[in-house]
Design a protein around this ligand. Structure first.
Ligand SMILES: Cc1cc2nc3c(=O)[nH]c(=O)nc-3n(C[C@H](O)[C@H](O)[C@H](O)COP(=O)(O)OP(=O)(O)OC[C@H]3O[C@@H](n4cnc5c(N)ncnc54)[C@H](O)[C@@H]3O)c2cc1C
Length: 560
């Protein structure tokens, strides 16, 4: 038997959305949770993210009177995800939707403020149950000073790099501030919010950082301990169940008893090159392309696998097609959704609807010999949009000089520079232009869905997501299948319990988030689906642990 240094009811590994929501739900249920995070800052990829949460028929939508239903959510999962096996079983889908709504109400009761992202369409609005008005919600801006000594312990979020306290649903408009009155007003509002916060001396967090900070605030109110610099190393079994964990903390080994269970919420293995090679087959997955938080290194997942846990979807990730990192901060990754730009493969051919979701385009890159793909755009595109910094039309000369962006007066010359057959590229652009001038894409239907429209240029006619490339010079840059985390991993049931190779649960072991095989299968359903996946099953795990504990103390009372 282990000699424990500490004891908690539920030990939670990681401090992303799933971990912290689980800790809050466990504390609310009267348990004593402990959060252990190996990095000095809390929040993981959840804090770095847009902080958007996608949940059908959620209470925030209902309060705003947006039409939706549980049945429509189930229909959407059935139609868009299809049959991908037990990770997205009917029971897990049911749990995701039912507990999802409950979780949002729970967070609101705990003081977490969430608002709708109006107009941020589901990614497959034309599928059965799809919702064009959108099911995404996000946190309101939050002043980090309210966290007291915790104010500087939150992983920096997206807005930090943009330099504006901008909400995620506003970011769509920010890039088009020069294109139409509405985005100009939205961008102005974000700028004003930032200035006012500065004058008031506030540290205004938005996006994922606000989401994490608001949940941390609720945890502090409930006195839940969060250990940083505490790295999980091993699961400890006693009497056939997971009884605790071994941690590395301050150079020493610390054993923590988990009286009711252990929840693994440590993210995937985006940055573990060896695991990515092992589980990706022939697919050229590169850990160096991952934008997940640096803690996503897979050792926790590996420990569960060594214990006999079953896995699925291990070759999957939340793909995010992106240009080479050396170009620095830019919007070229979003250029595929704007008029005057296309993606082509090594054969100089288009291979997908470029304006579709990042996960779908990433998968299409693998399927169509497009790793890397080439983003091709013309000078009209260059002039219209903000590619880097704040001014439209700016394409730094060093990008051209370094070869990071190729530039040519003719498509034939551009083709030569990128090693594509000139006639092929010219034919591709000619065919695309013929449709684009009429606002249609007969090959891939780009610009036809509400999702394509909501990310397109609101000032461009006849189609916000589609326009010809006909003004030289022309430009090309490589696009890689980067990701914001892997999303294959431990198979879990509808209670978030980890399943072993024999199909039984591993007693005492729960998991959520990117360390699991996701309920979304191989599809991304809407903005915030990944954070919903981790938060909901974290909530489910805590509720299940609390239910088991209550049942156990009930039967003990009967015996007494
Ligand atoms: C820039 C960016 C934008 C994104 N935008 C969105 C969005 O708007 N909506 C959306 O749904 N998704 C978004 N994503 C993806 C989403 O953030 C992640 O998929 C999700 O947050 C993963 O949650 P998680 O709980 O599994 O892990 P994380 O939030 O990554 O948390 C895992 C934590 O576990 C810790 N950990 C790892 N190993 C150990 C160990 N051995 N011991 C202790 N701790 C450990 C890590 O350090 C990390 O802090 C985005 C991601 C990025 C990077």
């Amino acid at each position: 038997m282990a000699t424990w240094d500490h004891s908690a009811d539920l030990v939670i590994v990681g401090s992303g959305g799933g971990a912290l929501v689980a800790a809050l739900a466990a504390a609310e249920a009267g348990l004593r949770p402990l959060v252990v995070e190996k990095q000095p800052l809390v929040g993981g990829s959840t804090a770095m993210s847009g902080g958007v949460v996608w949940l059908p028929n959620n209470p925030v939508m209902r309060a705003d009177g947006v039409a939706d239903s549980h049945e429509a959510g189930l229909a959407y999962l059935a139609d868009a995800v299809g049959d991908v096996g037990p990770a997205s079983s009917p029971q897990r889908r049911e749990a995701f939707l039912t507990a999802g709504s409950q979780m949002v109400s729970f967070l609101q009761r705990e003081g977490v403020q969430l608002i709708r992202c109006p107009g941020y369409s589901d990614y497959y609005p034309n599928h059965q149950g799809g919702n064009a008005e959108g099911r995404s919600i996000e946190p309101v801006p939050f002043d980090a000073r309210k966290l007291g000594e915790w104010h500087d312990k939150i992983m920096p979020g997206m807005a930090r790099y943009i330099g504006l306290a901008v909400k995620t649903n506003e970011m769509r408009s920010l890039q088009y501030y020069n294109r139409a009155p509405k985005p100009f007003v939205i961008a102005g509002r974000a700028w004003l919010r930032t200035q006012v916060a500065r004058l008031r001396g506030q540290e205004l967090l938005t996006n994922g950082a606000s989401l994490i900070a608001q949940v941390v605030a609720a945890l502090l109110r409930r006195d839940v301990p969060i250990w940083t610099g505490a790295a999980f190393e091993e699961l400890i079994m006693e009497d056939g169940r997971v009884a605790g964990v071994g941690l590395k903390q301050g150079g020493g080994r610390v054993l923590v008893e988990a009286r009711r269970g252990v929840l693994l919420a440590a993210g995937g293995f985006g940055h573990n090159a060896e695991m990515r090679r092992k589980y990706s087959g022939e697919q050229p997955n590169e850990a160096q392309w991952s934008m997940a938080n640096p803690g996503e290194t897979g050792e926790t997942l590996d420990a569960a696998i060594r214990l006999g846990a079953k896995t699925d979807l291990m070759d999957e990730a939340w793909w995010l097609p992106s240009p080479a990192r050396v170009l620095g901060m830019n919007t070229l990754g979003q250029a595929r959704q704007r008029p005057g730009a296309i993606l082509v493969n090594a054969g100089g051919e288009r291979f997908c609807n470029e304006a579709n979701s990042y996960v779908e385009v990433g998968k299409a890159m693998y399927a169509h010999n497009a790793v890397p793909a080439w983003l091709i755009f013309d000078d009209a595109n260059r002039r219209r949009y903000v590619h880097t910094g704040r001014r439209p039309g700016r394409l730094p000369q060093e990008w051209i000089d370094s070869g990071g962006v190729k530039k040519a007066d003719t498509l034939a010359d551009l083709a030569r520079q990128i090693g594509v057959e000139a006639a092929r590229l010219e034919a591709t652009v000619e065919r695309f232009n013929a449709g684009a001038r009429r606002g249609v894409d007969p090959d891939f239907g780009r610009g036809q869905s509400a999702y394509n429209q909501c990310l397109g240029d609101p000032g461009y006619k006849p189609n916000a997501a589609l326009g010809p490339l006909d003004r030289p010079p022309y430009y090309a840059t490589e696009i890689f299948p980067a990701d914001v985390g892997t999303c294959g991993g431990l198979l879990t049931n509808e209670h978030a319990q980890v399943i072993n190779e024999g199909g039984d649960i591993i007693p005492g072991l729960y998991a959520t988030g990117n360390i699991t095989a996701t309920v979304l299968g191989r599809t991304y359903l809407g903005a915030g689906a990944s954070i919903a996946n981790t938060m909901v099953f974290g909530y489910v795990a805590a509720r299940h642990v609390a239910g088991q504990a209550a049942a156990q103390s009930g039967s003990q009372a009967e015996v007494a």
